[in-house]
Design a protein around this ligand. Structure first.
Ligand SMILES: Cc1cc2nc3c(=O)[nH]c(=O)nc-3n(C[C@H](O)[C@H](O)[C@H](O)COP(=O)(O)O)c2cc1C
Length: 217
């Protein structure tokens, strides 16, 4: 089975054909271009367009990646929410730099971003937390994200415990749960093109603006 899969991986080829990206169409603002591509991904019914892979590096220099949801953009950057005591949370405490990857295969598009995170304000985290469904709020208390658990029953026990504890009252935001803002200083927009001559447009932050250039595929 492994050999068959390996042969498949070796032989399968995909020709990218759908569209082009040029310097003019890329515009002057990577955040605006991200928003435009996101809108197009939603229009094309990409399964989960808010999903992005965020990579962090631990204090020992070890990288790790995971999917999180992009929960908001503005001219400064991107927001996501998580458990500050998770593996990523510990990494970010020691090293606030992240690399982010978004791949929308239906659009033949990849977006790469690099930047620095900072914690969102308590108020911003509260606002988002209180908008979440109650089950997710309880989950944030019940799950010590990234810690070992004996089995699923243990998790379910904690869910019961916190459901009882917060019965009849609003679930407060746990102090270990909140958001990060990724301030991106580097973006690359990748559009698949025929014969592997893909379009890659980079935006790199200068003191006051963005420096835009094309890189070879
Ligand atoms: C589609 C998808 C969306 C996810 N969104 C989030 C999210 O917004 N926040 C989060 O903490 N984990 C999210 N996760 C779970 C993470 O991928 C990961 O398992 C978790 O954050 C623990 O990562 P860590 O141990 O590296 O800290 C998501 C996973 C998937 C597959």
């Amino acid at each position: 089975m492994i050999e068959e899969v390996s042969n498949y991986l070796n032989q399968i080829r995909h020709e990218f054909t759908s569209q082009a990206l040029n310097e003019k169409a890329a515009g002057d603002s990577p955040v605006k271009l991200y928003a435009k591509w996101l809108e197009e991904a939603v229009g094309a019914q990409v399964l989960d367009p808010k999903a992005m892979v965020v990579s962090t590096v631990s204090k020992n220099g070890k990288p790790s990646s995971r999917v999180v949801y992009n929960r908001g953009i503005n001219e400064t950057g991107f927001k996501f929410f998580t458990n500050y005591d998770s593996r990523k949370g510990h990494d970010l405490e020691a090293n606030p730099f992240v690399s982010v990857n978004v791949f929308w295969s239906e659009m033949e598009r990849q977006i790469r971003m690099e930047g620095k995170v900072s914690k969102l304000s308590e108020e911003d985290s509260d606002t988002y937390f209180h908008d979440r469904p109650r089950d997710s709020q309880i989950g944030a208390w019940a799950s010590a994200q990234s810690q070992k658990v004996v089995d699923r029953t243990e998790l379910e026990k904690w869910v019961k415990h916190f459901n009882k504890k917060f019965d009849g009252v609003d679930v407060p935001r746990p102090p270990h749960w909140g958001g990060y803002l990724i301030e991106a200083t580097y973006f690359e927009f990748w559009q698949g093109r025929p014969a592997r001559l893909h379009d890659r447009i980079v935006f790199e932050k200068t003191d006051s603006d963005w420096n835009k250039y094309r890189v070879a595929p």
